[in-house]
Write a protein that binds this ligand. Sequence first.
Ligand code: SF4
Length: 64
Amino acid sequence: MRVSVDGTKCEGHALCAGIAPTVFEVNAEDLAVVVDEYPGGATESEVRSAASACPTMAIALGES
Ligand code: SF4
């Protein structure tokens, strides 16, 4: 799974970092940063939950 965040949509509420803290961090500019672009295993379900919880649908998931 490949994870990316659309910085033009992110509003920095950090829901993603709360759900999947090994994949997302929120930087000093209140933008989510992907720190693990290719998470695997059990982390994938956390990332799917984070993507569903994101209020602005800023998180994109790919298959590569
Ligand atoms: S949950 Fe969505 S809007 Fe909030 S910080 Fe994460 S990517 Fe940005």
